[in-house]
Design a protein around this ligand. Structure first.
Ligand SMILES: NC(=O)C1=CN([C@@H]2O[C@H](COP(=O)(O)OP(=O)(O)OC[C@H]3O[C@@H](n4cnc5c(N)ncnc54)[C@H](O)[C@@H]3O)[C@@H](O)[C@H]2O)C=CC1
Ligand SMILES: O=C(O)CCC(=O)C(=O)O
Length: 411
């Protein structure tokens, strides 16, 4: 099932659980605006290269639309639509005053030089600058983008609208970025995991953990979980996969990745087939890379008792059914990876106030939001006798539906 069909399916199940009026259901499903732009740049060798960029603004009932920008060869309109919709429910689950959006450019950032990436980012920003803004739509990093990408967007946007640091989040600290944003999604994954395990009378100490994806989210999650005594027994990224059943030395692995740009070849572990990493023996599985990786083909092989969705839409609905029958507990993306957008919200608030928080305050506030989010999701699970995915979807959809009804439709 593609990402959009899967996300629509989960939304519709939640809408039924809540007994939403069918007209309201339809209006919540249709995106507010879909933008598709052509971005042509001169490459370093003087030839031209054309790319397609997207920004889907899904819903703004609860506030400015918010969500990352992804640079990846597989970016397509359906996927961006699904990811934008997920942002709407995610910001509502986190209870931060935003709607949802997502963007992307179909490109392989690894094939482009820094100056080509800068030109591409600037052309994309020129094409969308009048449709984003501090109080309309606030982009942030996602797969393949980073604080430098946000700095270029900020600079290009500011040429048209005056200096506007709050138009993007996930910026470099020197340009008004928030302390703690870099680690925030991974730290949120740690807090979510702790909250879930507590529910089962367990802690992270000694748990065997597998992480798929070792970029911003996966590497921070692995580092913070290992600092709490969790054993990271296997990790993978685009370059390969490694395992060590006594636990990988994460600080050494981080150094290796800094030097070689991938986990492949790390001497503190044995190479393993990246295609079988999800089936490695562990207590906790953390997908932190692409969507749709847990599907009807491989769900039966998963040995983890808990899956914490650090990636967006890593689990297909057909896999959800198989996992549920196996008794595997899945903590869904729209709660589990909401730490990133939550600290993006703190960054936006700091920019608007012209004030900077220290990192301890950022991390403490993040913990408060993640803990409250878990409690709210759990209450929905209890009220509707459903799993965590439906608990989170019904919580998010209900909050957006309430805001939509309060604002009304009168023209
Ligand atoms: N950056 C953020 O704040 C947030 C990111 N996410 C989600 O987390 C996931 C990861 O995002 P980031 O860490 O920001 O991206 P990133 O670009 O920093 O890292 C992506 C990682 O995935 C790996 N990867 C790519 N294809 C792979 C494959 N086929 N198998 C295994 N690994 C593969 C890459 O090598 C890299 O290690 C995405 O699904 C993203 O949407 C969710 C919430 C916030
Ligand atoms: O930090 C943000 O605004 C958005 C992060 C994001 O794209 C996500 O949560 O999937």
């Amino acid at each position: 099932m593609n990402a959009l069909a899967a996300t629509n399916r989960n939304f519709k199940l939640a809408a039924r659980l809540l007994g939403l009026d069918s007209k309201l259901e339809k209006s919540l499903l249709i995106p507010f605006r879909e933008i598709k732009v052509e971005c042509t740049i001169p490459k370093d060798d003087g030839t031209l290269a054309s790319f397609v960029g997207f920004r889907v603004q899904h819903d703004n009932a609860r506030g400015p639309m918010k969500g990352g920008i992804r640079y990846h060869p597989e970016v397509d309109p359906d996927e961006v639509n699904a990811l934008a919709q997920l942002m709407t429910w995610k910001t509502a689950v986190a209870n931060i005053p935003y709607g949802g959006a997502k963007g992307g450019i179909g490109c392989n950032p690894g094939d482009l030089s820094i100056s080509e990436l800068e030109r591409l980012t600037r052309v994309f920003t020129q094409k969308i600058h009048d449709l984003v803004g501090v109080h309309t739509d606030v982009p942030a990093p996602d797969m393949g983008t980073n604080p430098q990408t946000m700095a270029w967007i900020l600079d290009e946007y500011s040429k048209f609208h005056g200096y506007s640091p709050a138009v993007v989040t996930g910026k470099p600290i020197d340009l008004g970025g928030s302390l703690g944003r870099d680690a925030a999604t991974g730290r949120g994954v740690l807090f979510a995991t702790e909250a879930l395990l507590k529910e089962y009378g367990k802690t992270i100490a000694g748990k065997h953990v597998v992480v798929q994806g070792f970029g911003n989210v996966g590497s921070w999650a692995a580092q913070l979980i290992s600092e709490q005594g969790g054993k990271i027994v296997a990790v993978s990224d685009i370059t390969g996969a490694i395992k060590n059943s006594s636990g990988l030395d994460i600080p050494s692995l981080l150094n290796h990745v800094k030097e070689t740009h991938g986990v492949n070849g790390f001497s503190g572990g044995d190479p393993v087939d990246p295609n079988s990493i999800l089936a490695e023996d562990c207590d906790i599985l953390i997908p932190a890379a692409l969507g749709g990786v847990i599907n009807r083909e491989n769900a039966k092989d998963i040995k983890a008792k808990f899956i914490i969705e650090a990636a967006n839409h890593p689990t297909d609905p057909e896999a959800d059914e198989i996992l549920s029958k196996k008794g595997v507990v899945v903590l869904p993306d729209i709660y589990a990876n909401s730490g990133g957008v939550t600290v993006s919200y703190f960054e936006w608030v700091q920019n608007i106030q012209g004030f900077m928080w220290d990192e301890d305050k950022v991390n403490a506030e993040l913990k408060t939001y993640m803990t409250k989010g878990f409690k709210d999701v759990k209450e929905m699970c209890k009220a509707h006798d459903c799993d965590f995915r439906m608990g989170a979807f019904s919580l998010g959809v209900n909050r957006v539906a309430k805001a939509t009804l309060l604002r009304g439709w009168e023209a």
